[in-house]
Ligand binder design. Structure first.
Ligand SMILES: C[S@@+](CC[C@H](N)C(=O)[O-])C[C@H]1O[C@@H](n2cnc3c(N)ncnc32)[C@H](O)[C@@H]1O
Length: 238
């Protein structure tokens, strides 16, 4: 990949990435119904108009097939599986239809000082194409603790209510990028929202492929990523 960053604004279920071109995928797909509830009923944010849980899971599976084809043989994938029917429903389909294998579960244990009270978790499935995928990387209980409010702080200067819904803090992704990719590697997020994965990837000297179906989020991310490139002295090309 020639550029430091590439932006797409497409449905993640469509195939647009080249085969075997990505070292590390990180992603936090939309939850079933959540985007509808939060965004006042815009169905284009919901895996392209999925009208039932089954249709949603089928479209999500297409995005996993897309990521599987684009992932290098020795690559890694960390995908958020909310502890709802979405997480439970997609894993059996992934194991049935792809050759991706589960290596571990990362737990993001966050205090929800935002919207709902109490502590909550998001589970990230660590998937690879082969059973030796985890390699010599550090093992452990993998509990990451950042409050959701940190993301709101990080995004304050770019904030529009619509664009920043669902963003996670940078610290959640730093451990994954540091331990499962090398400087110069290609990191991709095809549900990239406000571009948080890209911000961390570029800060750590990786290249980044951004995609999100929402034009609002693409605009926020372009601005945010341009600021990272300026502050690190990198250009978007080369
Ligand atoms: C939970 S958010 C990701 C947040 C991101 N990790 C961040 O820190 O900003 C899920 C994202 O998936 C996007 N999305 C929904 N349906 C999509 C689709 N069919 N293809 C690509 N992106 C989609 C939404 O616009 C939303 O930004």
């Amino acid at each position: 990949m020639k550029n430091n960053v590439i932006f797409y604004c497409k449905d993640a279920a469509e195939k647009f990435l080249e085969d075997s071109s990505v070292d590390l995928f990180i992603g936090h797909p939309p939850y079933y119904m959540t985007e509808l509830e939060l965004n006042g009923g815009d169905p284009s944010k919901q895996m392209q108009n999925a009208e039932s849980l089954n249709e949603y899971l089928d479209r999500l599976l297409l995005s996993f097939l897309h990521m599987e084809a684009a992932l290098k043989e020795d690559g890694h994938m960390f995908i958020a599986l909310q502890n709802t029917s979405f997480g439970l429903g997609i894993l059996p389909k992934i194991f049935d239809k792809t050759k991706l294998q589960l290596q571990s579960i990362r737990i993001w244990d966050y205090s929800s000082d935002f919207k709902v009270e109490g502590n909550h978790t998001v589970l990230f499935a660590h998937l690879t194409k082969n059973p030796w995928g985890a390699g010599d990387n550090p093992q452990g209980p993998f509990v990451l603790t950042n409050s959701w409010l940190e993301a709101t702080e990080e995004l304050r200067s770019y904030h529009t209510d619509r664009a920043t819904v669902g963003a996670a803090p940078e610290g959640v992704y730093r451990e994954m990028i540091k331990n499962y990719s090398e400087p110069g590697d290609v990191v991709a997020d095809i549900f990239a929202g406000c571009g948080t994965v890209g911000v961390v990837a570029l800060q750590l000297g990786r290249k980044f492929i951004y995609n999100d179906v929402s034009e609002d989020k693409l605009l926020v991310s372009k601005e945010r990523i341009r600021d990272v490139l300026n502050s690190t002295g990198l250009s978007s090309a080369g």
